[in-house]
Design a binder for this molecule. Structure first.
Ligand code: URA
Length: 201
């Protein structure tokens, strides 16, 4: 069993916040153990709570479409949430719930070691870039510590507001360039034996 699988197994019995009382099951996350790109949503909804898997409802179907748009599938990335248990009636996660779940997400990211974190929606964005409006920063990658944070709207937002579908598609289509530039910079860095400024960021 990989260390990440073991971590997810431990999450299944978490009682760090009140969400444990009403969940059907914890939704730890899934995907490639050493994915270069991790997508982070908000919290499980009805379908995720039933199946124990992230993004398996209508928002997940759109996320699959977005991934396919750039030649990716779920197996190529890792998908997780800021909060691992479903808030009742899909309400917003509370600050205390986000805080209680933080160590799990921190450990996941440490173990996976992604290059890019794609934040889906405002709660995920706030976890990496506090006090920024998603309407201002979506589609614009930025350094956050050792990571590149790539903010996107939440796929569910496009289900309620059709005009955001195109925005999400356009933002997603920038992801390969971000990865390409990171690779180019790493190779150049190896040659120069020093870092170099990335044009995109
Ligand atoms: N919305 C999320 O933020 N996460 C899921 O897993 C499903 C819907």
């Amino acid at each position: 069993m990989s260390a990440l699988t073991e971590l997810c197994r431990q999450m299944a019995s978490c009682h760090a916040c009140g969400l444990a009382q009403q969940r059907t099951q914890v939704v730890p996350g899934e995907g490639a153990d050493s994915a270069e790109v991790v997508f982070i949503g908000e919290a499980p909804g009805y379908n995720e709570d039933r199946l124990g898997r992230p993004f398996v409802g209508p928002a997940g179907a759109f996320l699959d479409e977005l991934l396919a748009l750039v030649g990716m599938s779920r197996q190529d990335v890792y998908i997780a949430n800021v909060v691992k248990c479903r808030p009742p009636a899909n309400r917003d996660p509370l600050p205390g719930e986000i805080l209680a779940c933080k160590p799990w997400l921190d450990r996941q990211l440490e173990m996976i070691g992604p290059k890019v974190v794609v934040t889906l929606g405002r709660f995920s964005l706030a976890r990496f870039v506090p006090n920024e409006s998603i309407s201002k920063v979506h589609g614009k990658p930025r350094h956050v510590g050792d990571l590149i944070c790539f903010p996107m709207y939440h796929p569910a937002a496009a289900l309620h507001q059709g005009s955001l579908r195109k925005t999400l598609e356009e933002d997603m289509q920038r992801l390969p360039d971000v990865l390409k530039e990171l690779k180019g910079a790493a190779e150049q860095g190896d040659r120069d034996n020093g870092g170099q400024q990335l044009a995109l960021f």
